[in-house]
Design a binder for this molecule. Structure first.
Ligand SMILES: N[C@@H](CCC(=O)N[C@@H](CS)C(=O)NCC(=O)O)C(=O)O
Length: 220
């Protein structure tokens, strides 16, 4: 394990929804990291040495602690600095937030993968998997009837943790998605897509090579 860096190191992949939500939180916390953009097809040995499980995002803290789960990285960043109150209390209980994130991970993401990449699976009816996700979308849309964001009147970590997956789902067939008339959900998506937060965390970085000069950023 590497240790005592000047800045935490973030291994990331631009289009990965898990990495996107980690970058959102790092931007909000204003913590500067050394960003290392990698390709999932050619994972660098330094990355695999730190995190043999081989998924992004991975954050290595200045003391060498390795965080291999996007939600752990989000919590790490916001527990250090949370100027926009992304961890603030809203209407949902912690248990409800956990259940929503579990449902996103276990059901929504599984169906999303089958809908988005049907050729990777055998005997798939991708429309069946698409439709299996409607109740989750409905639930999000109904949360937005009560508040401007999923949990309260301002966007919190929950919105940013869920958003990248809903965006990916909508992008598979936006015409079909728009006809669902989840207008609150569509407005919520567009609000984040049009934000400076989103354009900043989607900024392109060149693929990291071990001998490169480090690139430091807080995704400003
Ligand atoms: N539970 C992990 C999931 C991360 C994940 O699955 N990331 C994908 C990319 S979106 C990945 O790295 N997959 C490994 C690969 O494709 O080789 C997290 O929340 O960070």
């Amino acid at each position: 394990m590497e240790a005592n860096f000047e800045y935490p190191i973030l291994y990331t992949f631009r289009r990965c929804p898990y990495a996107m939500r980690a970058r959102f939180a790092i931007r909000s916390s204003k913590i500067k990291v050394e960003v290392r953009e990698i390709k999932l097809q050619e994972k660098p040995s330094e990355f695999l040495k730190s995190s043999p499980k081989g998924t992004v995002p991975v954050l290595i803290t200045k003391s060498g602690q390795v965080l291999e789960e996007s939600l752990d990285i989000i919590n790490w960043a916001l527990n250090i600095n949370d100027p926009d109150k992304w961890l603030g209390k809203g209407k949902l209980q912690d248990r409800e937030i956990k259940n929503l994130l579990d449902e996103l991970e276990i059901k929504f993401k599984t169906n999303l993968d089958k809908y988005k990449y049907p050729s990777r699976f055998s005997e798939i009816d991708s429309h069946f998997n698409r439709d299996q996700n409607l109740c989750f979308l409905e639930k999000l849309n109904s949360y937005l009837k009560n508040n401007k964001s999923l949990n309260c009147e301002h966007l919190t970590f929950l919105d940013y943790a869920v958003f990248p997956f809903i965006r990916q789902f909508r992008n598979v067939d936006q015409e079909w998605f728009d006809k669902l008339n989840f207008s609150l959900l569509n407005n919520w998506l567009n609000q984040i897509i049009d934000s400076e937060d989103f354009s900043s965390i989607m900024k392109k970085f060149k693929k990291w090579e071990p001998n490169d000069l480090p690139i430091y950023t807080n995704f400003e």
